[in-house]
Write a protein that binds this ligand. Structure first.
Ligand SMILES: Cc1cc2nc3c(=O)[nH]c(=O)nc-3n(C[C@H](O)[C@H](O)[C@H](O)COP(=O)(O)OP(=O)(O)OC[C@H]3O[C@@H](n4cnc5c(N)ncnc54)[C@H](O)[C@@H]3O)c2cc1C
Length: 390
């Protein structure tokens, strides 16, 4: 069976396509390239505002929370078209934090947080990792202690990407020091403008900024603790499941592959069309096949969400497959482009605006982000296939 859009999905895809064609301008794309694709510049913010105004960040949200009530497959189509057009990515507030609050938050918390997220008034950085707690997240030490009606937070997070621009941190903290370590964690929303927070920038190879964040006697209202106290570890796992579904989208790869195919069709090297070179033809055919497989995995995830399932095994499968495909496409693509393929996006001579070189430097981060691919393979083996822990 081959998946094809139903007529109403086709109409939705065309609507999104028309919108991005008009609003993803060359100037916006250039700004994104200059900011390492992070969407932090003024044009990207203006673009995000238009999406907020249309209510399109809440495509698959229930209408009672201000969403459009469409399906997860419709959301997949939206993300695919946005990525394919080179638009700024969907924020983790929308794809990971909000669905978790919707599932585990109290009614008051849903009321308090969901609409502001949907309207872009609140934007989260994700604060799980610590210097001694990455994969083994349950080892985290940042403490939150109740003092009257407020939590008092002390500790340090690392790789807290976006903490320098976010309004709030979605923070995993230890609230119960005397129980088994994964049962003592809670999820706390921390406004970034509270006294006692220090944000230190960390520059990565790709130019993307992340942060170390220090909390010293930071006070947060008691009801900013999401869901049940001590259940935070499970909520983090749920939020990561949601995060991985989006990490597994192939819209960007499809666009880069289209650009690469156009380059191959239009290039003559050593007097011979590049597309006639056997290893180039094989490499392009191989990438075509893999991008299509990644797309089918993404659609499978979206369909599962529509069936009311939080995809665990399938979310990890898509995350591993697509993030490893990023590296493969970047590496093979740069080889096809030749030596100039190694030029960075800011070099005017870089073919395809240096997008493959950019992908090459960001691909390792994607294999780490949302839980490393080694761990995703453990999740597939244990939670998906029921194999015993080693
Ligand atoms: C640029 C960047 C941005 C990030 N952004 C965020 C963010 O916004 N928020 C956030 O909370 N975190 C973020 N992270 C953290 C990221 O999720 C962690 O780096 C990741 O979870 C791994 O943790 P670690 O770095 O401590 O490595 P470790 O846990 O020390 O792992 C090191 C290596 O050992 C492997 N390994 C560890 N344990 C096992 C095991 N049991 N079985 C098999 N292999 C294992 C890992 O797969 C990895 O290859 C970011 C990281 C980077 C580099």
């Amino acid at each position: 069976m081959r998946y094809a859009d139903a007529p109403e999905q086709q109409a939705w895809r065309q609507e999104v396509r028309r919108f991005v064609r008009r609003h993803v301008t060359p100037a916006l794309r250039a700004e994104l390239r200059a900011h390492g694709n992070e969407g932090e510049g003024p044009l990207a913010r203006a673009f995000h505002r238009q999406i907020f105004d249309k209510g399109w960040w809440g495509i698959a949200w229930p209408t009672e929370f201000g969403g459009l009530g469409k399906s997860a497959v419709d959301q997949y189509i939206f993300v695919e078209e946005m990525e394919a057009a080179g638009a700024p990515a969907m924020r983790l507030s929308i794809t990971s934090v909000a669905p978790t609050i919707r599932r585990v938050g109290t009614e008051a918390q849903k009321e308090r947080w969901l609409r502001p997220i949907l309207h872009g008034e609140v934007d989260f950085a994700i604060g799980y990792s610590e210097p001694d707690a990455g994969t083994d997240l349950a080892a985290l030490k940042t403490r939150a202690v109740l003092d009257g009606d407020e939590w008092v937070v002390n500790g340090q997070k690392i790789w807290n990407t976006g903490a320098h621009t976010a309004t709030h941190d979605w923070l995993a903290v230890r609230t119960e020091p005397d129980v088994p370590k994964h049962k003592g964690i809670s999820l706390l929303i921390v406004p970034m403008d509270r006294p006692g927070i220090t944000v230190q920038g960390l520059e990565t190879w790709s130019g993307i900024r992340t942060n170390a964040v220090f909390f010293e006697d930071v006070r947060v209202p008691r009801d900013y603790l999401i869901g049940e106290r001590g259940n935070g570890f499970y909520y983090v796992m749920m939020a990561l499941d949601f995060e991985r579904i989006t990490l597994g989208s192939t819209g960007l790869l499809r666009r880069l592959l289209e650009d690469l195919k156009a380059f191959v069709r239009g290039t003559v090297r050593d007097g011979r069309p590049l597309g006639a070179v056997p290893w180039v033809r094989r490499a392009i055919a191989d990438l075509e096949m893999r991008v299509e497989v990644g797309r089918q995995l993404g659609l499978l995830n979206a369909w599962l969400v529509d069936q009311g399932v939080v995809p665990t095994k399938e979310g990890s499968m898509a995350k591993v497959y697509v993030t490893e495909l990023n590296a493969r496409l970047a590496s093979v693509g740069m080889e096809i482009l030749g030596l100039a393929g190694q030029l960075a996006p800011d070099d005017p001579a870089a073919p395809l605006h240096g997008r493959l070189q950019w992908l090459y430097t960001t691909a390792p981060l994607q294999r780490f982000g949302g839980g490393t691919n080694e761990i995703q393979r453990c999740i597939i083996a244990q939670r998906g296939l029921g194999l015993p822990r080693k």
